[in-house]
Design a binder for this molecule. Sequence first.
Ligand SMILES: Nc1ncnc2c1ncn2[C@@H]1O[C@H](COP(=O)(O)OP(=O)(O)OP(=O)(O)O)[C@@H](O)[C@H]1O
Ligand SMILES: [Mg+2]
Length: 460
Amino acid sequence: MNETAGQVILVDDEPAMRAATAQWLELDGYQVTSFDSAEQALRSLERAFDGVIISDVKMPRMDGLSFQQHVAALDAAIPVVLVTGHGDVTMAVEAMRNGAYDFIEKPFAPERLLDIVRRACDKRHLVLENRALRQQLAAGTGLERSLIGNAPAIRRLRQEITDIADTPASVLIEGATGTGKEVVARALHDLSRRRNANFVAVNCAAIPENVFESELFGHEAGAFTGAQKRRIGKLEHASGGTLFLDEVASMPMQMQVKVLRALQEREIVRLGANDPVAVDIRIVAASNENLIDAVQDGRFRSDLYYRLNVVSLRLPRLCERDGDLPLLFDYFAQEAGRIYERPVPALSPACIAALGAHAWPGNVRELKNIAERYVLSSLPPHERLPHMLGLLPGSSGMFDATSGRSLAELTHDFERRILEASLRKHQGNIQAVMDELGLPRRTLNQKMANHGLERRQFVS
Ligand SMILES: Nc1ncnc2c1ncn2[C@@H]1O[C@H](COP(=O)(O)OP(=O)(O)OP(=O)(O)O)[C@@H](O)[C@H]1O
Ligand SMILES: [Mg+2]
């Protein structure tokens, strides 16, 4: 598909000029469709045209300016380059103000035209790409809108969620931090017949051990010092709905027995009460470590593990979801743009590359934060991402690879990344790096030598 450099529609009433221009473009790899009138060109033009229009200005009947207006009415983002006669510069500038992409004055050097066309083609391509991404998002079902992504693993996950949502089966969701475990848990609830009852999230890592039991099971007034009123616990509150046990590996051991019993017997006893209360709960649990490891370490009861892990779902890390980065980024950036009422600059190819080069140790949550900062940043759009990502820890997998590495190794690695990023940013300008990092020259030299970094690697 990409054998051509791009498509060009060429409109000129003068045959010789048309032929010569077409030839230059074709030699440079463009696929050219020529017309001798604007009317004809308009008839075959489609809104989805993925290319550039070059049009002469002076033509009988419809001239280039009114042609450009007609094109803009179809799609204002189709780039139109006007070819003007000598002395028409004022008019051409006016045309650009009205939305023309650029103009070129006759006679012109072919290189100049090719240069304009190349830039216009790139721009058009990006516009269409962003538009397609947005359409994909808009077309989705509820789940496609809440659990976004086209990576095979995410599509499969959406299918699994749809299949199991309305069953009573317990679900264990495993995945690294920020990969969307809570999104999945909510989706399971929202797509089940329990959706009108409560979705109750319990973060097992955040509840102090001494209040765990009363949080989960509730208590009667006077059950213990400070228990002035009866309190309904999370399990009872979730009855008829879904209980989400987040970071379940952190549940204290003695609570694990009690929770297991409640699940098996489908009833709970409030602290200080005698009579059990029936509960009907669907359990969804999440863990950012492999729960089976916790079982093997003796930190998690295997009977509870098997009770929770009837169906297991795994969330891939963001860096394993090929192609989803621009999609998710665009989604979060548009969302931030709406919330903060800021324009959202289109993603340039360099920005997309910067996204791909980052390791995303914080996964989707990190991407969402970065997209928000991208929209709020006051830097020129093309500098924002490289700047934000260049100096973040983990910009090429640092936190991914923490396992088995000592703090000294990680710190050493981090230092090298910071030095590299700063050297790259200042293109090897040592004084600028010294200023930015607050380092004396000798220390900087030593550190660079330490890391095998040389100034000339960064001079462009
Ligand atoms: N596929 C996705 N589509 C849209 N938004 C997502 C997706 N995955 C995650 N998010 C968003 O990213 C953020 C983090 O997701 P979530 O809280 O579900 O992660 P988590 O796996 O529970 O993380 P943690 O282990 O740190 O609690 C949330 O704002 C969530 O809405
Ligand atoms: Mg979570």
